[in-house]
Design a protein around this ligand. Structure first.
Ligand SMILES: [Zn+2]
Length: 327
């Protein structure tokens, strides 16, 4: 039987398999389940790694992700972080301050995440893929400089946005390369602000895509790229970003997406996170089977359409993984 590492590698290489690998993002969900306090999960790499292991031992998902929230990068730039019931939020800083304070991989919580990668990779021993998660350059910059400010600047001073995106991409590359050195097998890049529901396809092609291309091209490990919402108008561009797989939202038709992408990269998705949050385990199993059928057994990773909601019942996430593993 092919193990988790083989399943993920095979899916990313567009190979046929008996079942798709199943994985999910949801650092806060896994953290809550672990019973560790938020402060420990933010500061203590062994707790962060242990939280993912506990979930894996209970549920058996095919990959582990070393992260709690994706905002450790803006935080390392000096943005203040607040945790609300709905998730973490950052207070933006002026772009002028951003220019001269690029953090290194030794700043903020970056060493904690990198150490968690190393812990998890050592324990996984190559059997289970270990990844980490960052937000894409455009989204990260919009968190740091404020989305509205950034979107206005794309019109009034495109050169300043290009320069800032260039520096942002360099910083993310440095972090992701350090994660690869620590043992990460892949990077999950979420770029929600680059969504076609947030910016026009032309703006995506002009600003977000070149930065994503640079990020993917600069890494020796594969990237799974997630962009929220209806990505139909930018799907062809996303397929040309250099990402090994595109993770799509639940509103997307996987068969149609596959047709448009035409074998250029793998697909991941797209079980409705609301079913995980509000549904019964039986409904989750039905939804998982529907998605598996749409995704097929080649170049496909089963995931929720977005992250696992922090309040999703354990039984529902377990039912999703079990339905995939049992076929
Ligand atoms: Zn999403």
């Amino acid at each position: 039987m092919v193990g988790s590492q083989g399943l993920l590698r095979g899916a990313l290489a567009w190979e046929q398999s008996d079942r798709p690998p199943v994985l999910f993002t949801g650092g806060i969900w896994a953290g809550r389940l672990s019973g560790f306090s938020r402060d420990r999960l933010l500061d203590d790499a062994s707790a962060l790694a242990e939280a993912q292991w506990r979930v894996h031992e209970l549920i058996g998902q095919d990959a582990l992700l070393a992260y709690f929230d994706p905002l450790f990068i803006p935080e390392a730039y000096g943005c203040e972080l607040r945790f609300l019931e709905t998730g973490p939020l950052v207070a933006p800083i002026p772009l002028t301050r951003f220019a001269d304070q690029a953090p290194s991989v030794g700043d903020g919580r970056l060493p904690v995440v990198l150490e968690a990668v190393a812990c998890m990779a050592a324990r996984a021993g190559g059997r289970i893929p270990v990844g980490t998660l960052v937000e894409g350059p455009f989204t990260t910059l919009s968190r740091i400089a404020d989305a509205e400010v950034l979107l206005r600047l794309t019109i009034t001073d495109a050169a300043a946005v290009d320069a800032a995106l260039g520096r942002m991409t360099e910083m993310l590359l440095a972090f992701c390369r350090a994660a690869a050195e620590a043992g990460a097998d892949f990077v999950f890049v979420a770029d929600p602000v680059a969504s076609a529901t947030m910016i026009s396809p032309a703006m995506f092609g002009r600003f977000a895509l070149p930065a994503l291309r640079e990020l993917c091209a600069g890494l020796s490990i594969p990237v799974i790229l997630h962009i929220c919402g209806d990505t139909t108008p930018i799907l062809a561009d996303m397929a040309g970003s250099g990402a090994a797989a595109l993770s799509l939202d639940q509103c997307m038709d996987l068969r149609e997406a596959r047709r448009r992408i035409d074998g250029r990269c793998a697909l991941a998705g797209n079980l409705d996170p609301m079913t995980l949050l509000m549904g019964t385990p039986e409904e989750v199993v039905r939804e998982t089977r529907r998605v598996m059928e749409a995704g097929g057994n080649r170049g496909f990773i089963l995931m929720p359409g977005c992250g696992v909601p922090p309040g999703a019942p354990f039984q529902n996430v377990a039912a999703m993984v079990r339905a995939v593993r049992e076929g």
